[in-house]
Write a protein that binds this ligand. Structure first.
Ligand code: F6R
Length: 604
């Protein structure tokens, strides 16, 4: 979950590390640190807290040198303080190291190293790696790293430099992402591509069990035995402006506003004359008896939506699991299963583990991923990109919508293959689908109304989100959005389940966000809302514009344009995101970097 960056080249390393860490700090922002090698010695600055603290400290110091390592931390082992911040050191402060991941056997290694006389200063698991490398160091850093790696259990992307070999960085990967960027001025290493945008035109994605040996005059990729591997380079398709705020107060708000474009883009890329084309051989989608979807958090909610869509229109049974449950429960595999994993980052540790398990079961595997060439995208049999562009705000918004549209298209593709629909079905579906970007623009125009509602509701200490049928997963998502960025407790519930417990919570203080656009369960939702109203509940309805019965049941409403039930799932998230955003912003929360979270969950 941490962000790591390294540079070796012709330029001064520090500005490159600073820029890279600013772009990576959504991966973790408990502390940040840099080390730059200047001739024979390292200069290091580390600061707990946000990147701004490090930047302030760096203003007081000059750090020349063209080899540097940087780190932004999401704390796992040891509290947030300067000592536990990376880079970490060996005893003699000759070897500097940054690490993303978890060393699971750090305790026995630490005990062994202490017995050998090594002195530890931090509580981190990472520090054992520096001392272990030191214990093998006999004048050749690469050899020392190659001897240390087989002893490490767990996950790591790491970068190491030694002041005795000032022209070298060694980097290694096991279960945590690591990318080498190749530029005219030198070599860049980073835990994800966002840090390399505009710096390196070409990149190499390291695989598990690979080591990069970087020198100013060239690089080699090797396996853990030191044997050279040949690798292909890829071009980075994202560009600089996409990772800037473009005048919005927060990345999250900018990303919310990008959603009409995201929908348009996916329709453009994947549809042609009322048919869906993922550029995947038709045979891949044939001969499927069951679909198993695995994902985490927001992506899991998109998976739940897909269950409703696919079962209803394509008639194929679907099961959906959170990745962390899927990987440890005794799942009973069935032949002819299509495994679908959904992930914005394409690096989520549990989802990746789920994918690897699915491959062991012999399933066909399909990844729906936003970040191109991420580990999940590379390891699945087939990948469908969701084309949301870089999502920097930690709370997922446009990536969620991009997952929903692509899953809708998958449902249509499967319907075409597995079920006969009435004449005109596809024509009607696609005609309505193409209106969604316009409808989203209409909802965005109402943002000031949602903002003033947020002003009223921001003091509430609990929220309940209710939905039914295909919009039930959106209730879960609405609650997740609010709790993660505003720290207000919120629960998502199926409207029909209210009487089985949560109705006891209703009083005149509790805001109830009732999701009830036009559709089959609208009347059922109305009954649930009236039950809440009868108990003086404060209902905010997300309803289809003009639905006067529902308006009467509500304290306030946020209308959305009329859309067919399945398509309404793409309209509902927008007001929920805006409500959460404005509440969090008004409370003064750090919307883009909520406490305790990180964008890419690369550890279990
Ligand atoms: C919430 C959020 C997370 C992610 C989850 C999975 O706003 O962003 O719940 O959806 O951590 O991440 P990915 O999609 O990268 O696998």
């Amino acid at each position: 979950m941490c962000g790591i960056i390294g540079y070796l080249g012709k330029k001064d390393a520090l500005p490159i590390l600073e820029k890279g860490l600013e772009r990576l700090d959504y991966r973790g922002y408990d502390s940040a640190g840099v080390s730059v090698l200047d001739g024979g010695s390292f200069n290091t600055v580390k600061k707990p807290g946000r990147m701004d603290n490090l930047k302030e400290a760096l203003k007081q110091t000059s750090m020349p040198g063209s080899l540097g390592l940087g780190h932004t931390r999401w704390a796992t082992h040891g509290e947030v303080n300067e000592v536990n911040a990376h880079p970490h050191w060996d005893c003699r402060q000759e070897i500097a190291l940054v690490h993303n991941g978890i060393i699971e056997n750090y305790r026995p290694l630490k005990e062994m190293l202490i017995k050998q006389g090594h002195v530890f200063v931090s509580e981190t698991d990472t520090e054992v790696i520096a001392h272990l490398i030191e214990s093998y160091y006999e004048g050749d850093l690469e050899q020392a790293v190659l001897k240390a790696l087989p002893q490490l259990q767990g996950s790591y992307a790491l970068m190491v430099a030694s002041k005795k070999e000032p022209d070298k960085i060694i980097a290694a990967r096991m279960l945590s992402p690591l990318i080498l960027g190749i530029a005219k001025d030198g070599y860049y290493l980073a835990s994800d591509a966002t840090a390399l945008v505009d710096e390196a035109a070409l990149v190499i994605y390291l695989e598990d069990g690979e080591v990069a040996v970087i020198r100013k005059q060239g690089f080699e990729i090797k396996d853990f035995k030191g044997l050279i591997k040949s690798k292909t380079t890829s071009a980075l398709s994202w560009s600089g402006p996409a990772v800037d705020k473009k005048g919005f107060a927060h990345f999250m708000l900018k990303e919310i506003y990008e959603q009409p474009e995201v929908i348009k883009k996916n329709i453009e890329i994947y549809t042609e004359k009322d048919t869906v084309d993922f550029s995947i051989d038709q045979r891949f989608f044939q001969d499927i008896d069951r679909i198993t979807i695995v994902a985490c958090g927001t992506a899991y909610h998109a998976g739940l939506l897909a269950e409703y869509m696919i079962e209803e229109i394509a008639g194929i049974p679907v099961t959906v699991d959170t990745s962390s449950e899927f990987r440890y429960r005794n799942f009973v595999p069935e032949a002819k299963t299509l495994f679908v994993c959904i992930s914005q980052s394409g690096e989520t540790a549990d989802t990746l583990a789920g994918l690897r398990l699915a491959k062991e079961f012999g399933f066909k595997t399909l990844a729906m991923v936003n970040v191109e060439n991420s580990t999940i995208a590379r390891e699945a049999d087939k990948v469908i990109y969701t084309n949301a562009g870089p999502e920097i705000g930690v709370a997922s918004t446009k990536a969620y919508l991009s997952q929903i549209i692509v899953l809708q298209l998958l449902a249509l593709k499967l319907t075409h293959l597995y079920r006969k629909q009435l004449p005109g079905f596809y024509y009607r579906y696609f005609t309505e689908l193409k209106k969604i970007p316009l409808y989203l623009e209409k909802i965005l125009a109402e943002a000031p109304v949602i903002e003033s509602l947020a002003e009223e509701l921001q003091k509430a200490s609990n929220f309940l989100y209710l939905g039914r049928g295909i919009n039930y997963p959106n209730a879960l998502e609405g609650a997740l959005k609010l709790k993660e960025i505003s720290y207000i407790h919120a629960e998502g519930y199926a409207g029909g389940e209210m009487k089985h417990g949560p109705i006891a919570l209703i009083d005149k203080e509790l805001p109830v966000i009732a999701i009830s656009p036009a559709g089959r369960v609208r009347d059922k939702m109305l009954s649930n809302m009236l039950e809440v109203k009868a108990r003086q509940g404060k209902i905010v309805g997300i309803i289809t514009e003009g639905d006067s019965d529902l308006m009467q049941a509500c304290y306030k409403t946020i209308p959305v344009p009329f859309a067919e039930e399945h398509l309404s799932t793409m309209l509902v998230p927008l007001p929920l995101q805006l409500l959460a955003y404005y509440i969090a912003a008004k409370k003064g929360c750090d919307v883009d970097k909520p406490r305790n979270l990180a964008k890419s969950v690369t550890v279990e």
